[in-house]
Write a protein that binds this ligand. Sequence first.
Ligand SMILES: Nc1nc2c(ncn2[C@@H]2O[C@H](COP(=O)(O)OP(=O)(O)O)[C@@H](O)[C@H]2O)c(=O)[nH]1
Ligand SMILES: [Mg+2]
Length: 739
Amino acid sequence: MMRNYPGSEIRNVAVTGHARSGKTTLIASLLQAAGKTTTLGRVQDGSAVTAYDEEEVARATTMQNAVAFAEWQGVKVNLIDTPGFHMFSHEARAAMQVTECALIVVQAQAGVEAVTERVWRWAEEFNLPRVVVLNQMDTAYNGGMEAVTTLIEELHARWGRSCVPVQLPIFDAEEFCGVVDLVTMQAFLYSTREASGRGTIAEIPAEILQQARAAHEALVEQVVEGNDALLEEFFEVGTIPEQHLITALHEAIREDRIFPVLFASGIGAVGADQLLDFLKVYAPTAVERVACAGSVANGGSMAEGMDAVADHEHSADSGNGVSGHGGRAEQPGVRAGVVMRAIRDEEPLALFVYKTLHDPFAGRISFFKVISGVARNDQTVENYLRRGQERLSHLSVMQGRKAVEVSELHAGDLGAVARLRETLTGDTLGQRGAEMRVEQVSIPEPSMTYAIEPKTRADEDKLAPALHKLMEEDRMLRFFRDAETQEFVVAGAGQQHMEAVVARLKRRYHTEVTLKAPKVPYRETIRARAEAQGRHKKQSGGHGQFADCRIRLEPLARGAGFQFASEIFGGAIPRQYVPAVEKGIVETALRGHLAGFPVVDFRATVYDGSYHEVDSNELSFKIAARLAFRQAMELARPCLLEPIMHVEIEAPDDYAGALMGDLNTRRGHVLGITPRGRSAVIEAEVPMAEMLQYGATLTSLTQGRGSFHMELKGYEVVPSAVAERILASAKRPVASETE
Ligand SMILES: Nc1nc2c(ncn2[C@@H]2O[C@H](COP(=O)(O)OP(=O)(O)O)[C@@H](O)[C@H]2O)c(=O)[nH]1
Ligand SMILES: [Mg+2]
């Protein structure tokens, strides 16, 4: 059985950065150094602990967060491996919500890339201390120290001079082989052949001694700058004792005054033990943050929570690893309150579920953070949202896909438990009567939609349950049946995301589907006011049917939707039939007029009509309204609307020209271009129809160095030439003019 760690001996670290910067391999090197593996894991063959998912190994890309831990000199370092591919990068946000430190991994040759910038901003938003690792230093070998200087300058240009090296790399005649610790001024050398991740202590090589001393001085100066007591000591004595330096550096890192920069090579496991050492000494402990914010449905005991905060020296808004916004009532009329829960064992138990995984053998595994209290194996807890009881059997910590059982987990730790009955990602569990709910971080809306077609009848039956399981572990995935077309529709982050979903359906759930071209949700609208009469009369033995109405259609502003008004006074149409008129219009409008897309942004007014004492009924008025609507549409100059996306593209600025040229061919409208470090950010508005396969284009235009994000901005009229093509391929014949 594994040792139990108190929060003060735990470090939670989100390992983030651009795709292929070597995060997964770097974690493998840390686990190797800590003796968790016997040979260094590799992403290529699936032997890296945090790259266990078959689709991820097949695509050599991390798509979901994975968790591992290293036990290092009495401290447990929990590591969350995150995806760095722009499409899946929202996972990094979820990881930051439950950690106290972000490792920002930078590929030494590529420098700061789009997602590196993105995760940096998120870490800033979460108030997370950032530790920069210049990784794959073996690839920087040719450039030597000059390349290193250039890299540091780039970091300064991006994120300011607070990025301070706390190490220097050591190159021997052939390769990157070690690091100098600039705090203790010791050197550590590694054998890349052994790749044990453990260095041997050595003298600082003579040729970099001068540089190391200068870098040490620079570090000391930067540390004392924000610390008055040290500053005085420094000026009086000319130096400061190592222990004071360590304490002050820890403080500066925790307060985001210094972002330390380290060097590593995951593939040679160079610097691994030094990085673990660094995290042990300088990363915040799991209980260093004061409190976690949450909400309660019924007011809660705010006062009690605030007292807990006041006990501590740091204020809660210095940021906490798990930040909730609170204050949102689940049911109307129930007042919601905010609670601040101290991250301590003595508090009532609260667990926040930040990830769900479906394992073929273990079933549903819920990954959680212990917000407060101590979780014990076999304990029963309440799900505060769903109100059910859950049992924490086989309480574990995760080492990749493997669960390692533990007897208890303390406040601040990350754990997992299998087979909870109804708990999903985002739920908070805990002790009955001590409710608090942590709010999970938001993620972007899906940007791409496909029609999904089961291959066989059997596949159709399996599809919905399988997709629902996938949706439990993938918040970005959506699945529904389109009410208009009766088609199954999936939505997600992009093409690669959807392809992975299809592969997972097949491999895991033996369900085969094909994706069809994503459908653009066009709309229709009118551009002129028009009036028409609808008269329905039918005589068929016994009772007849009769209804007659006159309606007016008027265009409304974009986004206004549908409005209905009645100007019937004096009973031309009995009051009880007016809703039937509205219903008839709404139902007909939904089916479209030009090409089967819903008609929007108009007002329909019924202003006259007639009825028959015996033969009039609701159905007749619905039919009459339909006739009137169809006829009015003919006169109202109908046209097509298309969704317009607000697109943000980021790429090294050399590519900006090519990207803007490409946007022009897509009927795009460039709003502006702003520099962000050495990248350019292009903002544009582009019709969705032109952006369906954009991911692939961007990759080829920028050699994979660009990223983009888009969301729906609104609808606009489709230009007539384009509209003709759409109408020609639509199911219905063109019913009216295009302009
Ligand atoms: N030369 C070199 N290649 C590396 C290093 N670390 C990872 N790689 C390779 O870079 C690619 C991406 O590595 P991976 O760990 O999956 O990166 P991630 O996407 O950031 O998780 C893989 O082909 C690795 O073998 C390194 O330190 N040096
Ligand atoms: Mg990875």
